[in-house]
Design a binder for this molecule. Structure first.
Ligand SMILES: [Zn+2]
Length: 170
């Protein structure tokens, strides 16, 4: 069973590309649709590689793939900073669709909503500075909630997911 959910942005456009399919279990498109990646969530239970070293799991979080569901918002290509967000900022309805999906996954897999179990890639990198996740910026900015500071985006997401779990997921 997966033990945590790590939330990303793809740094791409509003639909997944072939690389995204390899690296995430679940993708939220610009239209708020949920798309499944190539590898099932169960493939990350024990992360294996083939004889050529190709991952047979969704490699979404360096140093943290085992037991982790990887969910990505398809968005944020060209993002530089809050004043220069590029042509694909996460859309309001897209963002909410992702919160709802995370809440569903929490329910389905009995994952509690804590900093260790529902977190952003950015947060994982902060707490695991010896991994390749160090310095990742997804997710440090929410275009539809621009006043939430980078350091609080994870807490904000968890509060939203908790609301969806309580009110929308049965
Ligand atoms: Zn990421």
């Amino acid at each position: 069973m997966p033990k945590r959910i790590i939330i990303h942005w793809s740094a791409g456009a509003y639909n997944p590309n072939s690389v995204d399919f390899q690296h995430y279990h679940i993708m939220i498109t610009g239209d708020g649709l949920t798309i499944e990646g190539k590898f099932p969530i169960s493939a990350n239970e024990v992360c294996k590689e083939d004889s050529k070293g190709n991952a047979l799991y969704a490699a979404h979080t360096g140093g943290g793939n085992t037991g982790s569901i990887g969910l990505a918002y398809c968005a944020m290509a060209g993002y530089k900073n809050p004043q220069n967000v590029g042509a694909y900022p996460i859309k309001p309805a897209q963002l909410e669709a992702g919160f709802f999906k995370v809440a569903q996954l929490c329910k389905q897999y009995n994952i509690p909503i804590t900093k260790e179990t529902v977190l952003t890639h950015y947060e994982f990198g902060k707490t695991h500075p010896k991994t390749s996740s160090k310095g990742k910026i997804d997710i440090t900015y929410l275009p539809s909630y621009p006043t939430v500071p980078a350091a609080e985006v994870g807490d904000f997401i968890r509060s939203k997911v908790a609301w969806y779990l309580k009110n929308k997921v049965s």
